[in-house]
Design a protein around this ligand. Structure first.
Ligand code: PLP
Length: 361
């Protein structure tokens, strides 16, 4: 078997979630590597459109699992991969990326202290990297509509396996997974609710850009792939709460998942309990291996001040999404655009960072 065929078979299984029942009306969609879905879809489409001739270098800015998926696809397609990242990238991921032959270009630590943070610095560096190679292709997960489009397969799988789905809960980064999955589900189930899970200091749903400890969800700049009108409700979850919920998911259900999934599980568990007649599915985007030295290590949690923090049984409802308060809050977004929501709240201070990054929908 060639290395390409072996990679094809392995990566194909990475994108198919296991559906595990967590409560009578709650299923976890457990992905080995959810980002494999947009990575494969985008690169295959690009190849079919003649955008990936053999000498083309695949370039992207990422410090997360999208880079890992691209690095694997790079091996499969026999293309070089250059990933622009930052000093916060964890060593376990870095080692996997370089083992797969990807070049990881980290922007300097000082870049994190200026407006737009690492994310803006990475975009600037990405533009430079593109000029350094004769031919590059950038998947652009934050703005490429093929990212949300790729999740049609997930919606199909949910419908096939579960039939009626009343609510989908998931962490939000680029917006691709939640907007793509729910958008496709609603062609059949228009009433299906969407609950997005974000974290403090993320501009996605109205907070001002700030320090974020929780990785994998939340952003410093507004991604074009985030269609706010998809969401019925938004939750903001602190790192402490997400870590505690991640560990509970492991201890109660033997599911060894990452903390963005833990944050979503917290919101989903509460929502499913409050709506016993509704079937809820929660997106759990990656596995726990990357976080073994942090989220799954009590000594690390203690040192970082996260151990023995009480975990609330329900979120605090807020009427203004721009004002962070408490470790777990929620806001009824009501399928409105960003502009509509911001026009409806008194304090729009938190919207400034987001509005500067993109004309919000
Ligand atoms: C581990 C993990 N969880 C969740 C997300 C959020 O998914 P999306 O970008 O589709 O909104 C990401 C995004 O990078 C991620 O890496």
């Amino acid at each position: 078997m060639s290395i390409q065929t072996a990679f094809e078979e392995a990566t194909e299984t990475y994108q198919v979630p296991r559906l595990i029942r967590l409560a009578p009306n709650l299923y976890g969609a457990c992905f080995t590597l959810m980002k494999m879905i947009p990575a494969r879809f985008i690169l295959r489409r690009a190849e079919a459109q003649g955008l990936l001739p053999p000498h083309t270098v695949i370039v992207e800015t990422t410090s997360g699992t999208f880079g890992l998926a691209l690095a694997m696809q790079g091996v499969h397609m026999n293309r070089r991969v250059v990933l622009v990242s930052d000093p916060v990238i964890d060593e376990r991921l870095y080692r996997r990326l370089t083992d797969l032959g990807a070049v990881v270009d980290r922007v300097p630590a000082a870049a994190g202290a200026v407006p737009g943070g690492y994310q803006a610095a990475r975009l600037r560096r990405l533009a430079e990297v593109r000029t350094e190679h004769e031919s590059t292709f950038c998947p652009e997960q934050y703005s490429n509509p093929d990212n949300p489009r790729s999740y049609a397969t997930v919606a199909e799988l949910f419908l096939e396996c579960l039939g009626q789905i009343d609510c989908v809960v998931g962490p939000v980064g680029s917006g691709g997974s939640m907007c793509g999955t729910v958008g496709n589900l609603r062609t059949v189930l228009p009433e299906c609710r969407a609950i997005g899970v974000d974290t403090h200091g993320s501009v996605l749903f109205g907070h001002a850009d700030g320090h974020r400890e929780l990785r994998g969800l939340g952003m410093s700049l507004m991604p074009a792939n985030l269609d706010h009108r998809v969401f019925d409700q938004v939750h903001w979850c602190s790192a402490s709460a997400a870590y505690a919920a991640t560990r509970q998911l492991h201890r109660r259900h033997a599911l060894f998942m990452g903390p963005s999934g833990g944050a979503a599980y917290l919101a989903a568990r509460w929502s499913a309990a409050a709506n016993p007649n509704a079937l809820t599915v929660v997106m759990l985007p990656d596995e726990g291996y990357r976080y073994q030295d942090t989220v799954y290590d009590d000594n690390w949690l203690r040192g970082a001040g996260h151990l023995d923090q009480p975990l609330a049984s329900e979120p605090v409802r807020v009427s203004d999404p721009t004002r962070p308060s408490g470790s777990w809050t929620c806001f009824d977004w009501g399928r409105r655009s960003y502009a509509e929501v911001m026009a409806g709240v008194a304090g729009v201070a938190g919207a400034a960072g987001a509005a500067g990054a993109r004309e919000a929908r």
